[in-house]
Design a protein around this ligand. Structure first.
Ligand SMILES: Nc1ncnc2c1ncn2[C@@H]1O[C@H](COP(=O)(O)OP(=O)(O)OP(=O)(O)O)[C@@H](O)[C@H]1O
Ligand SMILES: [Mg+2]
Length: 508
């Protein structure tokens, strides 16, 4: 039995009145992928930020590396102890080169001048080892998200890390990029690195992890060994009970003679979307599937008035609908929840209440003043309760919330305007399994009330679980439809077939 590379115990962390961690422990062995799981706000990122030196733990924490106590006081001492972290939101400087980023904070100096040549030469072996398609002199801002992640990994390897932390690394990757990342992780594991892998995606954890540790409400609940790992076992530890069914479908769209609420005909955006037609009925949940880059978000944005439409017509309740801005779209009752969490328009230093209420402000206020403060408060409290947002109160700034809880606040904003058509783009990305099932229930309840819903999702099991029928896109074109009255079974195989153009669909 090898000895652990890392032992953390008695780790607590308090933010004001919030106890984010309470006597948490974690043990890592060299050459293992250790998944860290837990619901949104459970304390995963906070624990890792303690290890990376971004947060100072409360008194009493013990951190041993190779059996010896280390004093991690800041990111530099953490790095020196062999720890590297890839944050939930990437932290590279886009204007600098790959090499500069890899050296950030510890540039090579020769006679007081940063030696670019030396830096460039120095990072080359690491980049080659990772099979990077770019060089040390590439400007980071020109790279894809996947390649930026590779730069972060390169930075970690270059610093000779023994412990590599990845906080939800795949949320913005395509499936091919994810496969590439997994291959990389396996290689690093075989080289003896200890990898902490944070993810809400059960399939990834199942595929990668040697062990799983679970946090709940800031406390350590337990660790599962490889042969004990199953989705059920993990969920039981995470939520403290069985989760009977993830998907609820109680709504029943009556399509017998219903006119569509929204008709989209031959819409193009001039670049990524070509002649797309789609109909949404009241009370119907339609899935929009396809590979990353297929043009699903672009189609949604063209409908929403966020992108230009170069061809096509749209009708809302039979009348011409041609929004030239998101505002025009919202005023007509068509809302769109963006997938882009960073640029999504959450105001991080504003309260949860104000973020929930921004979309309805116009309706509730006159001459720019918020007339009904109490109503705004009620609304925020309702949203916090419905979506189970983990937040001390409606006054709390959104920036202090965990990633998944921020996503819920954003969702609440769009639910508040009571749209007739709701387009949700990856609504459960980064959201824990308990909250996912809450969001599915909300989608179902909205459909029950007659809202027409279009859900873009890259998680096939999700889209199959919640949608009445699924439209599939490939390279900007709608290539097929499954489920509903199509006669084609809504299976993963059939969807992938249309999404890749690979196989002929199998009849239901
Ligand atoms: N900088 C901060 N200021 C105040 N509170 C914070 C801060 N960072 C985290 N918290 C709180 O600590 C708790 C744990 O948050 P953390 O980000 O560690 O959760 P998480 O497990 O990573 O969740 P997620 O899956 O949503 O990313 C939450 O209640 C969060 O609101
Ligand atoms: Mg987190």
């Amino acid at each position: 039995m090898t000895s652990p590379v890392l032992e953390m115990s008695n780790v607590s962390k308090t933010f004001g009145s919030v106890k984010a961690l309470s006597n948490v422990q974690l043990t890592l062995y060299p050459g293992e992928v250790h998944a860290l799981m837990g619901e949104n706000g459970a304390g995963k990122s906070t624990l890792m930020k303690v290890l990376s030196g971004a947060y100072k733990p409360d008194a009493g924490a013990r951190i041993l590396i190779d059996g010896k106590p280390v004093n991690i006081t800041d990111p530099i001492s953490s790095k020196a102890a062999g720890v590297s972290i890839i944050y939930q939101e990437l932290a590279l400087s886009p204007n600098l080169t790959v090499a500069q980023n890899m050296y950030l904070g510890r540039e090579l100096h020769s006679y007081g001048v940063v030696s670019r040549e030396k830096m460039l030469k120095d990072v080359e072996p690491v980049l080659r080892r990772l099979g990077a398609q770019f060089t040390g002199s590439t400007i980071v801002g020109t790279l894809s998200i996947a390649n930026r992640q590779l730069v972060e990994i390169a930075r970690a390897l270059h610093a000779d890390s023994r412990i590599l932390i990845m906080d939800e690394p795949t949320t913005t990757l395509s499936s091919r990029e994810t496969e590439g990342l997994f291959a990389m992780i396996r290689q690093l594991r075989s080289e003896g690195l200890a990898i902490v892998y944070i993810s809400h995606r059960m399939d990834e954890v199942y595929e990668l992890a040697d062990r799983v540790s679970v946090l709940r409400d800031g406390t350590y609940v337990g660790t599962l060994d490889r042969d004990q790992i199953s989705p059920d076992a993990i969920v039981r530890l995470m939520v403290g009970r069985e989760l009977s069914s993830l998907y609820t479908k109680t709504h029943k769209p009556d399509l017998s003679d219903a006119k569509p609420v929204l008709e989209v005909e031959n819409v193009s955006d001039g670049t990524r979307v070509r002649n797309c037609s789609i109909k949404l009925h009241a009370g119907e949940v339609v899935g929009l599937a396809g590979l990353v880059g297929a043009g699903r978000s672009e189609l949604a944005q063209a409908i929403y008035g966020f992108r230009p439409r170069t061809t096509g017509t749209m009708r809302l309740h039979g009348r011409e609908f041609s929004p030239d801005s998101p505002r025009a779209s919202i005023n007509s009752g068509v809302a769109y929840l963006t997938e882009d969490r960073r640029g999504n328009g959450l105001f991080l230093d504003m309260s949860c209440r104000d973020n929930t209420n921004t979309a309805v402000l116009k309706r509730d206020s006159k001459w720019g003043f918020v007339l009904n403060r109490r109503k705004a408060d009620e609304r925020a409290r309702g949203a916090i309760k419905d979506l189970k947002v983990r937040v001390p109160g409606p006054e709390y700034p959104v920036g202090g919330l965990s990633g998944g809880n921020q996503q819920k606040v954003l969702l609440s904003r769009w639910l508040e305007i009571e749209p007739q058509v709701l387009i949700l783009d990856e609504p459960t990305r980064g959201v824990d399994i308990g909250a996912k099932s809450e969001i599915y229930k909300i989608i179902d309840a909205l459909a029950q009330k007659g809202v027409a819903i279009l859900v873009i999702s890259s998680e096939l099991s999700e889209v199959i679980g919640i949608a009445d029928r699924i439209v599939v896109m490939r390279e900007g074109v709608i290539t097929g439809e499954v489920g509903g009255a199509t006669g084609i079974a809504p299976t993963q195989e059939n969807i992938i077939g249309f999404a890749t153009g690979a196989t002929a669909p199998v009849a239901a």
